[in-house]
Design a protein around this ligand. Structure first.
Ligand code: NAP
Length: 251
């Protein structure tokens, strides 16, 4: 069975490792190419966009892909929309792997935001020291609230375009202790986070809880449901491979 795995998050890498141990599955990992030094993968890897849904559908046909797996980030809505459309166009089944969102724990002081614009508004009128732990793509929304100081953390160099800010480069995982030390050293009084659900970057939530700081939590864009773990995805993939093999025997 030929499989295309759309990746970009740790769970996709974990699934890639599971697939690499299955010789009956010929899998390729696809990355957008956003980070200059992506984690090494045991699967053959292609890098770069497909040219929209039509381009992805053409690739599925040209590569004779039997199964498409969308294991992209829960906030990467374009590629997921394209994956759904391309799978329909090319008549290829689609599996989505998406980790569950974080839920507030006792002691959390979360403010829910629908999107980055609402997150910027929720920071309020009075100047605050804000930890923007949202990557580098959606910083522009905070230009509407220039009264705050922003600590911006990203994996790749970033030009935040915010008047009062400091950018730091770092790649997770981040422990709660390290996050607590950072929040204290930078005298942060509010955190902004995307509800990615990633354990690798949940340390900031625990740190904010300990320091009794509010966290503005930006909700995920609407998306299709999926399986929650790489192991669950593998089971579905193996079931699909078995169905294909049975069909192959009976034709
Ligand atoms: P996006 O807005 O949904 O996608 C933008 C375009 O990037 C897509 O239309 C597609 O280009 C290309 N693309 C995205 N993922 C791809 C993949 N796995 N393989 C090949 N092309 C891909 O995505 P994004 O939010 O910019 O994120 C880009 C990548 O970084 C995703 O793979 C995602 O999993 C990962 N990531 C995103 C975030 C986040 O917060 N958004 C965080 C961590 C990791 P074409 O239309 O030309 O095919």
């Amino acid at each position: 069975m030929r499989l295309l795995l759309l990746g970009g998050v740790a769970e996709a890498n974990a699934l890639a490792a599971l697939l690499a141990a299955r010789p009956e599955i010929e899998a390729t990992l696809s990355l957008a190419g956003r980070t200059s030094a992506p984690a090494a993968s045991p699967l053959p890897t292609r890098v770069g966009g497909f040219g929209g849904a039509d381009g992805l559908a053409a690739c599925l046909r040209a590569e004779r892909i039997d199964l498409l797996v969308d294991a992209t980030h829960p906030f990467a809505q374009n590629i997921s929309r394209n994956a759904a459309q391309a799978a329909r166009e090319a008549g290829v089944p689609l599996i989505r792997l998406v980790r569950p969102p974080w839920r507030a724990a006792p002691g959390d002081r979360w403010l829910d935001a629908r999107d980055m614009e609402e997150a910027a508004r929720l920071l309020g009128a009075a100047p605050r020291r804000v930890f923007l732990a949202i990557g580098r793509q959606q910083l522009a929304a905070f230009r509407a609230a220039p009264q705050h100081f922003y600590l911006v953390r990203a994996i790749e160099p970033v030009e935040p375009g915010l008047p009062n800010c400091e950018a730091i480069l770092a790649r997770g995982p981040f422990s709660a202790d390290a996050e607590e030390a950072l929040l204290q050293a930078k005298r942060i009084d509010v955190v902004v986070a995307k509800n990615s659900g990633s354990p690798a970057v949940a340390g900031k939530l625990a740190a904010a809880r300990r320091l009794k700081l509010p966290v503005v939590v930006v909700a995920r864009p609407a998306q299709a449901d999926g399986v929650a773990t790489p192991q669950d995805a593998l089971e579905l993939i193996l079931a699909h491979a078995e169905t294909l093999a049975r069909r192959g025997v009976s034709t």
